[in-house]
Design a protein around this ligand. Structure first.
Ligand code: OAD
Length: 250
């Protein structure tokens, strides 16, 4: 069955029968908005070396280089808009008594689409904080070099770099949502970066019906109850239409 054109009935039934839905999203959900992914053919980590950009050691070695890269990404993310996949998840939140999104994305597009319960596992590029004392700092968009905090530490983007802990509250909330969800969606993620990638497995182990929506198969695909291959911005609205029609027709 072609997952792109036909939403399997079992997914519609499971979603209709559920009260608690949780979602994990990755870079793929923002791809149709124009935000580059990491591991696709044109992905950021295919072209650039994460060792030079996404490690604390890299920032300490060359703060200006890392700062400029994040400033350029911030500009891209400010200019793009949510796509139908983001809007569909926001609409679903209004329908379900318990609905949350754990996102690995730092672009804020879920919130801009209207989603309220969003756990940001890898931070948010719009925020900056001191790399030493952790104080949050508001800065003009055009800040050309990383300023110093009053404690002397360098200001860095509030994003999670490799080897760093995820924000505890966001991860705990995401883990709790995964363990209690009746249906769990993994959307637009290669499911390679842990601990975020652990969430769908935990959800399935705790009884959730696991649905993956991704442009291509991933490491998670064999463990998903259903894997829908294609664009999230096309599949999610189609799924939501099928659920809404079935709900209306009884
Ligand atoms: P990846 O780039 O690893 O995976 C994105 C996935 O989305 C790929 O499997 C694509 O096939 C899929 N995809 C692309 N376009 C899509 C579309 N329109 N609809 C559905 N799927 C699509 O990105 P993530 O899994 O998010 O971490 O990467 C996880 C983390 O690795 C990121 O948060 C980032 C990175 O290093 C940090 O920066 C800490």
């Amino acid at each position: 069955m072609d997952g792109v054109n036909t939403i399997p009935n079992i997914v519609v039934e499971r979603c209709l029968g559920a009260r608690r839905i949780a979602v994990l999203t990755g870079a793929g959900i923002s791809a149709e908005s124009g935000v580059p992914t990491f591991r696709d053919r044109d992905g950021l980590w295919t072209k650039l070396n994460p060792q030079e950009l996404a490690f604390m050691e890299a920032f300490l070695k060359n703060p200006q280089h890392v700062w400029e890269w994040y400033q350029s990404r911030r500009k891209v993310m400010q200019e793009v808009k949510p796509n139908p996949a983001h809007y569909t998840l926001a609409a679903m939140e209004d329908f379900y008594p318990v609905f949350s999104i754990a996102t690995q994305n730092i672009d804020g597009l879920h919130q801009r689409a209207g989603s309220r319960k969003v756990f940001e596992l890898h931070g948010n590029i719009e925020r900056n904080r001191c790399s030493v004392c952790g104080r949050f700092v508001e800065l003009p968009d055009e800040t050309a070099e990383p300023p110093r905090c009053s404690c002397g530490g360098l200001i860095r983007p509030d994003v999670v770099w490799f080897g760093e802990m995820l924000p505890e509250e966001a991860l705990d909330s995401a883990a709790q949502a995964a363990r209690t969800a009746e249906v769990y969606f993994s959307i637009g993620t290669s499911a390679q970066v842990f601990p975020a990638a652990q969430l769908p497995y935990d959800a399935a182990e705790h009884g959730a019906f696991l649905v993956e929506i991704n442009a291509e198969p991933t490491a998670l695909t064999p463990y998903a109850h259903i894997s829908l291959q294609g664009k999230a911005g096309e599949i999610l609205p189609r799924l939501w239409r099928a659920i809404s029609e079935k709900a209306a027709n009884g």
